[in-house]
Design a protein around this ligand. Structure first.
Ligand code: TEU
Ligand code: CA
Length: 571
C-alpha cells in the first residue's frame, strides 16, 4: 500500500525539462577573458565549455550581455537587442548557443525589464522632448514644494527621484541607480515593446530567461510617502513598489504574451512575495515556471539591501527558513534553489561560521545541503571550487554601486569607518564578482594578460579549478558526483521528482528526505561539534572519508554531510 501511494505521488509530479536541469550561473565579466583586455567575454564562455561539460551542468544562465554603459554591470541596458562590445558580438553569442547545444547544454539570458539604462534610445527621446510619446515609457513627476514627489529611498541609496535637467520641478523615477530609470508598465505600448523583444530572443533559440527584479514593476499609484526607516530621512521604496496589488495583471499578461507561447523556461527573481501568494507565481497558472526565494539567502541580514542590519543567526534558524521555503514551494509548484548568486557573498564565508571549515569540507557540506532540495539547483560560478570572500582594506577597492552606498549609509547610521568596511566586506556583491580562479598564476588564469577589471581575491594558490579537476577529493569532483547522482543514477527520479520532507535532528543538523521509488536522506552538520543522527541505510555520498558510529548511532563530525538511502522495509 505504502509503495502504491508513493508511486502515485511520484507520478503526480508533472515532468518538465526545466525540472531536470542543473543550472550554472555565469557572470560574464568575471568568467574568462579571451582577448586580454581584463574583461570576461562571450568567446571566453565558449572556450570554457569543456570545463562546464566536465562538471556536468545542463543549462547556463548568463547575466546581462546587452549594450550597456555598465553602471550596474549590465543591469542597465541601453539596447535590448544589441551585444555590449566588450563582451563580443551577436555572432559570438550565436556561436556559443550552438557550441553549447552540441554538448547538450541550454542557455538562458537575463531579462531586465523593470528598468532600462538612461542611455536607452527611449529614455533619451523622453528627456529630449517632454511631449514625446516615449515620455510615458518612463515615470516622470513634478516635485512637491521644491522637494522630490515623495520620500522613497532607492535600493542603491538616495531618493528614487532624479531631477530632469533643464526642466523646472520635474523628476524621473528609479528604483535602483539614477542611471536605471524605471519603465512605466502602466503603459500598454511599452509592455508590447517588451513582449516583442522577449519573443525576438526566444525565436533566436535561447531556452528561456531569468527575469530580473520582476516584483518591482507595479508601483503604488498614489505615490504617497513611505514610513521613514533610516537616518537619511527616507523610507524604502520596496514598501511601495515590490509585489504590490495590481502586479498580477502585468505578470499574467507577460506570461501569456511571451513565455507561454514557447517551450521555454522562465525563472523569476521575485523577492518580497509572501508564501501565501506562491500559487499565483508558480502554481498551475503561475506567472513563472519557478522563482528564487530569498527568505533564507538573507539570513545574515535583516534585509538584502541594508548590510549594516546584521543578524545573529543560528543553524536552527536557517533550518526553519529552509524547511518553510521547501514546504511552501512544494505546496504550490517548483523552486529555483541556490546558495550564491552575483548579488550575494560567497556561501562558504556566509554560512560556515567556523573559519577553519571554510575549506573543502565546508564547501561540500553546503553543496550537499542545497543540491538535493526539491527544485532546480543553480550553481554560481566558483561555488563548485569553493571560492571565498576577500577582505579589502579600503572602500576605494570596491566596484559595486551597492557596496559604496552601504558604506556611506553605515556611516550615516553611526557606525565607524572600520565597522562600515566590515559590513561591506561581509556582504559586498563584489565578493562573488571577482575573476574566476582557473589556476594558481598571478591573474588566476582569468586572462592571457595580467589585466583584470576587478581585483582578485588573491587566494588562487589555495583555490583554483586546475588543481581540482583531476583530484578525486576536490570540491569540483564532489559537485560532479552530486550532479551524477541527481541526473544520471538510478536515484534520479527520486532526487528530481521525489517529495520533500523535513527530518527530526539536533539543532545544528539540517536533515531532510526525498521520497519516490525509495527514500533518500540528507544530513548536514552545520556546527563544529559532533552530532548524532538517527539513520540507517546505505551511504551514497559523504564529505568525510568515514561515517562514525557511537553506541549504535551514527555520528556526524564537524560540518559533515551525508546522503543515505534509507534502510528498513524495502531493503
Ligand atoms: O537585483 C534585484 C534586487 O532586488 C536585489 O538587489 C536584492 O535586493 C538583493 O539581491 C537581495 O539580497 C537585481 C539584480 O540581480 C542585481 O544585480 C541588479 O543590480 C538589480 O536587480 C538591478 O537590476
Ligand atoms: Ca575580454
Amino acid at each position: 500500500m505504502e509503495m502504491i501511494l508513493k508511486e502515485r505521488q511520484r507520478l503526480n509530479e508533472e515532468q518538465n525539462f526545466w525540472k531536470e536541469e542543473v543550472v550554472y550561473q555565469i557572470y560574464p565579466k568575471s568568467f574568462y577573458d579571451s582577448n586580454g583586455d581584463g574583461i570576461g567575454d562571450i568567446k571566453g564562455i565558449t572556450r570554457k565549455l569543456d570545463y562546464l561539460e566536465e562538471l556536468g551542468v545542463t543549462m547556463l544562465w548568463i547575466c546581462p550581455i546587452f549594450t550597456s554603459p555598465m553602471v550596474d554591470n549590465g543591469y542597465d541596458i541601453a539596447d535590448y537587442k544589441g551585444i555590449q562590445a566588450e563582451f563580443g558580438t551577436m555572432e559570438d553569442l550565436t556561436e556559443l548557443i550552438e557550441a553549447a547545444k552540441a554538448r547538450g547544454i541550454k542557455l538562458i539570458l537575463d531579462l531586465v525589464v523593470n528598468h532600462s539604462s538612461d542611455e536607452h534610445a527611449w529614455f533619451k527621446a523622453a528627456l529630449a522632448d517632454s511631449g514625446s510619446s516615449y515620455r510615458d515609457y518612463y515615470i516622470f513627476k513634478s516635485g512637491e514644494a521644491g522637494n522630490p514627489p515623495n520620500n522613497w529611498r532607492s535600493i542603491f541609496g538616495g531618493s528614487v527621484w532624479e531631477p530632469v535637467p533643464n526642466e523646472d520641478n520635474m523628476y524621473y523615477f528609479h528604483t535602483f541607480d539614477k542611471k536605471q530609470p524605471d519603465l512605466n508598465w502602466e503603459n500598454p505600448a511599452l509592455r508590447q515593446e517588451i513582449y516583442e523583444m522577449i519573443n525576438w530572443w526566444l525565436e533566436k533559440g535561447i531556452a528561456g530567461f531569468r527575469i530580473d527584479s520582476i516584483t518591482f514593476v507595479k508601483k503604488d499609484q498614489d505615490y504617497g510617502n513611505a514610513e521613514v526607516d533610516g537616518s537619511d530621512g527616507l523610507g524604502s521604496v520596496k514598501h511601495k513598489t515590490r509585489n504590490r496589488p495590481g502586479i498580477e495583471k502585468f505578470l499574467a499578461e507577460l506570461n501569456r504574451e511571451t513565455f507561454q507561447k514557447y517551450e521555454c523556461v522562465s525563472v523569476g527573481e521575485a523577492p518580497g512575495v509572501p508564501y501565501d501568494q506562491y500559487d499565483q507565481y508558480i502554481g498551475e497558472n503561475g506567472y513563472f515556471n519557478m522563482i528564487f526565494d530569498f527568505h533564507y539567502a538573507d539570513i545574515d541580514v535583516e534585509n538584502g539591501s541594508e548590510w549594516f542590519r546584521r543578524t545573529n543567526w543560528q543553524p536552527q534558524d536557517l533550518k526553519k527558513l529552509l524547511f518553510k521555503s521547501q514546504e511552501a514551494v512544494q505546496a504550490s509548484g517548483w523552486g529555483a534553489n541556490f546558495l550564491e548568486n552575483h548579488d550575494q557573498p560567497r556561501s562558504l564565508s556566509k554560512y560556515i561560521t567556523d573559519e577553519r571549515y571554510q575549506n573543502e569540507i565546508g564547501a561540500k557540506a553546503l553543496g550537499t545541503l542545497f543540491f538535493f532540495l526539491r527544485g532546480t539547483p543553480f550553481i554560481y560560478q566558483g561555488q563548485e571550487i569553493g571560492m571565498k570572500n576577500f577582505q579589502r582594506k579600503t572602500i576605494e577597492d570596491f566596484n559595486d554601486v551597492s557596496s559604496i552606498d552601504n558604506y556611506h549609509r553605515s556611516l550615516l547610521e553611526g557606525f565607524s569607518e572600520e565597522e562600515a568596511l566590515n559590513f561591506v566586506n561581509q556582504r559586498s556583491r563584489d565578493n562573488n564578482r571577482t575573476p574566476f580562479q582557473w589556476d594558481s598564476s598571478t591573474n588566476a588564469g582569468f586572462s592571457d594578460s595580467n589585466k583584470s577589471w576587478l581585483k582578485l581575491t588573491g587566494d588562487q594558490v589555495e583555490v583554483n579549478a586546475d588543481d581540482q579537476i583531476g583530484c578525486p577529493n576536490s570540491v569540483f569532483s564532489y559537485y560532479k558526483q552530486m550532479i551524477q547522482l541527481r541526473n544520471h543514477s538510478s536515484y534520479r527520479d527520486t532526487l528530481i521528482y521525489g517529495q520533500f520532507a523535513p527530518l527530526n535532528t539536533t539543532d545544528a543538523v539540517i536533515g531532510y528526505e526525498r521520497s519516490g521509488d525509495e527514500t533518500l536522506q540528507v544530513f548536514v552538520n552545520l556546527s563544529n561539534q559532533e552530532q548524532k543522527i538517527e539513520s540507517s541505510g546505505e551511504l551514497l555520498l559523504n564529505n568525510y572519508s568515514e561515517l562514525k558510529e557511537q553506541d549504535g548511532a551514527r555520528v556526524l563530525q564537524a560540518y559533515q554531510a551525508v546522503v543515505i538511502r534509507k534502510g528498513g522495509n524495502h531493503d
